[in-house]
Design a binder for this molecule. Structure first.
Ligand SMILES: *Cc1c(COP(=O)(O)O)cnc(C)c1O
Length: 395
């Protein structure tokens, strides 16, 4: 063999002895797979036999992650996607297939999802209307009036943390022949399992709690049997799948999800209680608040004793300039746009997630100029408190 040939072929395509099982899933970067015979490959291409052939169709590292998330959410199958938004796009395409091109959405949702409705779906004649998802009568009336193909909600609204009744909304959606898609990024399957409550498709931004360390952009779509096949069919054609390295990092992240999320929820609870008594704080939004407007729904749908790790609070008398000064004074809490990381994060909706929403609309959604959102990390809660306190005090 000549040098030019050796550099390409030598050492590659080694087989692991049949009985050796790696104790954690390796990162399979290979884009293509072949078999002992062309006949086997033919059966795999023809779906008569299971196995990887090309990474857009399936990849062994992604398969492992997908098996894990399917089990965690109690779904029929999962697809790991290159971002949470790609996951949402595929979920809506699958949900709208053979249904009316109409989406009925909760009004307080992630900003990019609103943009997706406006710029990706609206140009193809998919109409979106919005409803207060915590008002069941309004949801019922809107489903009857709009006859949507898909109903969409988040498990906790952002950033005011209102909680809709997935179980009741799933009944209404099912009766109307529509598909219920739930973005469960804020809650994780430790807190809520939307498929158990009757949803058809659950989407996660794996960027957040699943990967958990601020080093992955990814998504997961976990579906019932009816929709999983369609989601996979769409991604076999269009891609949008997660890279194997990110799949590996996400699976590694999920191994500590139970430990991380429990601590994050405990820290959020302590922060919420402490902030309620803080002289610079006017109001705290937190799912564990006994006076929460959706306390009854939270009690019946969330795992006992866990209320999520996100809270938001209004800083007394603060305007935009003083909120920004407060952010500049933070030394430990990261003033970054995300959540679910091991480190605590603080987001100012007015300049970030809700920047493009008209001030009047923001006001209606309860997002005032003095509202900030905290995603509790796993640090010692005293250190998070000390940092927030030092930044709040001069106000
Ligand atoms: C971050 C986020 C998304 C988008 O996920 P990406 O991974 O950034 O594409 C969607 N929904 C919610 C609730 C999010 O927090």
């Amino acid at each position: 063999m000549k040098f030019e040939t050796k550099v390409v072929h030598t050492g590659d395509r080694r087989r692991v002895p049949q009985l050796a099982v790696p104790s954690t899933t390796p990162i399979y970067l290979s884009s293509t797979y072949f078999y002992d015979s062309a006949e086997t490959l033919d059966r795999i291409f023809g779906h008569e036999e299971e196995g990887p052939s090309y990474s857009r169709y399936s990849n062994p590292t992604n398969d492992a992650l997908e098996e894990l998330t399917t089990a965690l959410e109690g779904g029929f199958g999962s697809l790991a996607t290159s971002s949470g938004m790609t996951g949402l796009q595929l979920a809506f395409q699958a949900g709208l297939l053979d249904r009316a091109p109409k989406i009925l959405s909760a009004s307080a949702i992630y900003g990019a999802t609103v943009k997706m409705f406006d710029h990706i779906f609206a140009p193809f004649n998919v109409e979106t209307s919005y409803v207060d998802i915590c008002d069941l009568d309004a949801v019922k009336a809107a489903i009857e009036k709009e006859k949507p193909g898909c109903v969409f909600m988040e498990t906790m609204s952002n950033p005011t943390l209102r909680v809709g009744d997935i179980e009741e909304i799933a009944k209404l959606t099912r009766a109307a022949g529509a598909c219920l898609i739930v973005d469960s990024t804020f809650s994780t399957p430790m807190l809520v399992r939307p498929l158990d409550l009757g949803a058809n498709i659950v989407v996660h931004s794996a960027t957040k709690y699943f990967a958990g360390h601020g080093d992955v952009l990814g998504g997961l779509v976990i579906s019932d049997q009816q929709h999983h096949e369609t989601v996979r069919m769409l991604s076999r054609i269009a891609g949008g799948t997660l890279g194997p390295f990110e799949s590996y990092l996400t699976m590694r992240g999920i191994k500590t999800l139970a430990l991380r999320f429990e601590r994050q929820c405990q820290n959020a609870q302590k922060l919420a209680e402490w902030l309620c008594g803080h002289p610079c704080v006017a109001k705290v939004n937190y799912c564990g608040d006994p006076n929460h407007p959706d306390a009854a729904v939270i009690k019946k749908s969330f795992a006992p004793g866990l209320f999520g790790a996100i809270l938001s609070f209004e800083i007394k008398g603060a305007d935009k300039a003083s909120v920004m000064q407060f952010m500049n004074r933070l030394k430990l809490v990261v003033p970054g746009t995300s959540l679910g990381d091991v480190h605590s994060l603080l987001l100012y909706p007015v300049i970030a997630s809700h920047r493009d929403i008209a001030p009047k609309m923001r006001e209606r959604l309860g997002i005032k100029d003095n509202l900030v959102r905290v995603a509790a990390g796993i640090e010692a809660v005293e250190d998070i408190m000390a940092d927030l306190d030092a930044a709040l005090r001069p106000l």
